[in-house]
Design a protein around this ligand. Structure first.
Ligand code: FAD
Ligand code: SF4
Ligand code: SF4
Length: 370
C-alpha cells in the first residue's frame, strides 16, 4: 500500500489542530514556518507546498508499519506486544558517575558514551532539560555532554528538531535516543519517499525509551508550580505500580504527588499511541519493575547486540537474565497499550477500517475491539 504524502497545511489540519501532535520535533527545523514554542508546534506562516517532509515524517500522519518493519528488520510487522526483537535482558551501568545521574541503571547514557568512545558514532541527539520543565534536543559530542542530558523529563520535548538542524554538519555517524513516537518519526525519515535529502543516512544507532505517556508542558507547569518550587527540581520519576505517584527530587527530599492528579495533563495524542517500547529501534530501554537501579533492555538488531556485548565485555555495563515474571508483565503492559490505543482510535474515527495513522498493520486486526 503506498502512503499518501501531503503538505504542511494538511499537517496543521490533521495533526496539530486535531490535538494529535506528540511534539516529537520531526517537522521542526526543516523550514522557517514550523517552530516549537513552549510545548507546542506553532505554524508561523502559510506554506503552499503540496508535499512536505513535515507531513511525511510526522508520527501521526499515515505510517506503513509493514514497510517500516521490512526496511529495518527485514521481517513482517508482528503487531504483537513488543515488536521484532532478538532477546530481552536487564542491565546496569558500572560507571559510578553515570549511575549517580542516570534515571535507573544509566544504560542509555552509558551505551551512548561507549559508542562514542569506540567511534561507532561521532555524536548523539539527546534531550536536555533547559529551563524549569522545558526540554529540547541536543547534539552531544562527548561523555560530559551525554551526562548533562541524563535523567527523564516526562514532559514531551521536540528533540528531533536537533537532528534536522545538526545532521547537515560535519558529523558522519549520529545516534538518536527517543521515546516511541520519536523513533517512529525517525523510521519514517528513513523511508522518506520524497527526493529532498534529510541526511538520515547519518543515523547510525537508535536507542528507544519505553513510554506509556508524556505530559503537556503549559498545563502541567501551572499545576506543578502550585505543588513544588519548579526551579529546584533535581530529578523526576514515576515509580512502577502499585506506587501510583509522580516523584520530584528537591533539595529537602522527595515529594510524591498522586498520579491521579498528574494524569489530567497527559497529551491527548498519547491515548492513540500504539507503541510502548519503541519498536523501530536497535535497542529499547526501560525500567525493571521491582528491581531498582537496573534497566530492561530489548535487543532488536545485530548492531544493538554488538554494542551491548562490547560494553559488557569491557565491564562498562553488567548484563543479567530478566526474571520471567518481569518479562511476562512487560509483554502484558505493552499489549494492553496497543489494545487501548486501537479502542481509542476506533472511537475517534467511528470505523475499524479507518485506523487514523496506522497503515499496513493487518496483524493488529486481532487486537481491535469486538
Ligand atoms: C516521557 C517518558 C515516559 C516514559 N515512560 C516510561 C514507562 O512507562 N516505563 C518505563 O519503563 N520507562 C519509561 N520511560 C523511560 C525511563 O524513564 C528511562 O528513560 C529509561 O528507562 C532509560 O533509563 P536510563 O537509566 O538508561 O536513563 P539515562 O541514562 O538517564 O538516559 C535517559 C535518556 O532519556 C532522554 N530523555 C529524557 N527526557 C526525554 C524526553 N522527554 N523525550 C525523549 N528523551 C528523553 C535523555 O536524552 C537521556 O539520554 C519514560 C521516559 C520518558 C522520557
Ligand atoms: S507529531 Fe511531531 S512531526 Fe507531527 S506535528 Fe507534532 S512535532 Fe510535528
Ligand atoms: S505515549 Fe506515545 S505519543 Fe505519547 S509521548 Fe509516549 S511515545 Fe509519544
Amino acid at each position: 500500500m503506498s502512503t499518501v504524502i501531503k503538505g504542511p497545511q494538511e499537517l496543521e489540519k490533521e495533526v496539530i489542530k486535531a490535538d494529535l501532535c506528540t511534539l516529537c520535533g520531526a517537522c521542526v527545523g526543516l523550514c522557517p514556518y514550523l517552530r516549537a514554542h513552549k510545548g507546542k508546534v506553532v505554524v508561523m506562516d502559510n506554506c503552499n507546498l503540496s508535499q512536505g517532509r513535515c507531513y511525511s515524517f510526522c508520527p501521526r500522519t499515515p505510517a506503513n508499519l509493514e514497510a517500516l518493519n521490512q526496511f529495518i528488520f527485514g521481517t513482517p510487522y508482528p503487531g504483537d506486544s513488543l515488536g521484532t526483537f532478538q532477546k530481552v535482558v536487564m542491565a546496569k551501568s558500572l560507571d559510578k558517575e553515570i549511575l549517580s545521574k542516570g534515571q535507573y541503571g544509566g544504560i542509555t547514557s552509558t551505551l551512548v558514551a561507549w559508542a562514542m568512545k569506540k567511534r561507532m558514532i561521532d555524536a548523539a541527539i539527546l534531550t536536555k532539560r533547559e529551563k524549569e520543565l522545558l526540554s529540547s534536543g541536543k547534539l552531544a559530542k562527548d561523555k560530559k555532554q551525554v551526562l548533562a542530558c541524563a535523567g527523564s523529563n516526562y514532559i514531551a520535548s521536540p528533540t528531533l528538531e536537533a537532528f534536522n538542524k545538526s545532521a547537515g554538519g560535519s558529523y558522519k555517524r549520529i545516534a538518536a535516543v527517543g521515546i516511541p513516537c520519536q523513533v517512529l518519526a525517525l523510521g519514517k525519515m528513513r523511508l522518506n519517499p520524497l527526493e529532498n535529502k534529510n541526511n538520515i543516512e547519518k543515523l547510525s544507532l537508535v536507542i528507544g525509551l519505553f513510554c506509556t505517556w508524556a505530559l503537556s508542558y503549559r498545563e502541567f507547569f501551572q499545576f506543578l508550580q502550585q505543588e513544588v518550587p519548579i526551579k529546584k527540581i533535581a530529578k523526576m520519576d514515576i515509580p512502577p505500580p502499585p506506587a501510583n505517584v509522580f516523584q520530584v527530587q528537591l533539595p529537602g527530599g522527595v515529594k510524591s504527588i498522586s498520579l491521579d492528579h498528574v494524569r489530567n495533563f497527559i497529551r491527548p495524542t498519547c491515548t492513540v499511541c500504539l507503541d510502548m517500547t519503541a519498536e523501530f529501534s536497535d535497542l529499547s530501554v526501560g525500567a525493571v519493575e521491582g528491581i531498582s537501579g537496573w534497566n530492561t533492555v530489548i535487543v532488536r538488531t545485530a548492531k544493538g547486540q554488538e554494542l551491548l556485548e562490547d560494553a559488557r565485555r569491557a565491564r562498562a555495563i553488567e548484563v543479567a537474565e530478566i526474571p520471567k515474571a518481569n518479562l511476562n508483565h512487560l509483554k502484558e503492559a505493552a499489549l494492553l497499550k496497543k489494545k487501548r490505543a486501537l479502542e481509542n482510535i476506533v472511537k475517534r474515527t467511528g470505523s475499524k477500517e479507518n485506523l487514523l495513522y496506522l497503515q499496513g498493520a493487518d496483524s493488529l486486526r486481532s487486537l481491535l475491539p469486538s
